[in-house]
Design a protein around this ligand. Structure first.
Ligand code: SAH
Length: 213
């Protein structure tokens, strides 16, 4: 790695810490996974800036400090099976792969799913499996999940995802209209129901029905 690149990555980690991320496992995952691998074309040189960036299919790779804060809120353990809805670039799934036993990630655009899977293969992230489908229905064949993270905004947490969360499990999902500021919600499933907690304001692309063209 050149000195400039090493310095840019050090500054990147420092920025993420300065946004309030303290979990050592999350910070170490952010350090290990190079965000640049997930950003192509003219935006690649901005990979270490704390901002969302455009990717293919009119979608975005999330702001890295938001990725880190959402990952921290998810409290992923080494034995956890995690579902991510909205693969996008694959960056969030790659971060999760460092913390969980298995990651299942679902994307409605085949182009994005394929490109993310190629990067996972190149990086040797063998505990991630990518699916092309409407993630609001979850993955019934692989449920229940210990953790679920939705990286697109829904008007309400999708019912099938709530149903596929294990008792004791945690889901993090941005909720609200797509063209406004949304609220990041943490849902904990208890024996006798669900507990909802509002975490912070966020801005995500919308969760859209059906497959992408
Ligand atoms: N986690 C991503 C962020 C991607 S943006 C990253 O780290 O880069 C949100 C993604 O959710 C987009 O790629 C969008 O196509 C996808 N998406 C939206 N609605 C979806 C749905 N119903 N099922 C699966 N993916 C969906």
């Amino acid at each position: 790695m050149s000195d400039d690149l090493a310095e840019a990555r050090m500054r990147f980690i420092y920025t993420i810490r300065s946004r309030g991320v303290t979990d050592a496992r999350v910070l170490s995952a952010i350090e290990k996974i190079d965000r640049r691998a997930f950003v192509t074309g003219v935006f690649a040189e901005r990979a270490y800036e704390d901002m969302p960036l455009p990717i293919a299919c009119g979608q975005t790779i999330s702001q890295p400090s938001v990725v880190a804060l959402m990952t921290e809120a998810l409290q992923v353990g080494p034995r956890d099976k995690v579902l991510e809805v909205g693969t996008g670039s694959g960056y969030q799934a790659a971060i999760l792969s460092q913390l969980a036993r298995r990651v299942y990630t679902v994307e409605r655009f085949k182009t994005l799913a394929k490109s993310a899977q190629r990067i996972f293969d190149e990086l040797g992230l063998t505990n991630i499996t990518t699916f092309v489908s409407d993630g609001s229905f979850g993955l019934p064949d692989h449920a229940p999940f210990d953790r679920i993270i939705v990286t697109a905004a829904a008007e309400d947490p999708p019912g099938p995802l709530l149903a596929q969360l294990r008792v004791g499990g945690i889901m993090v999902v941005p909720v609200g209209q797509s063209d406004t500021v949304q609220t990041l919600i943490r849902v904990i499933r208890h024996e006798d129901g669900y507990e909802y907690e509002e975490l912070r304001a966020v801005r995500f692309v919308p969760l859209v029905e059906g497959l992408g063209q």
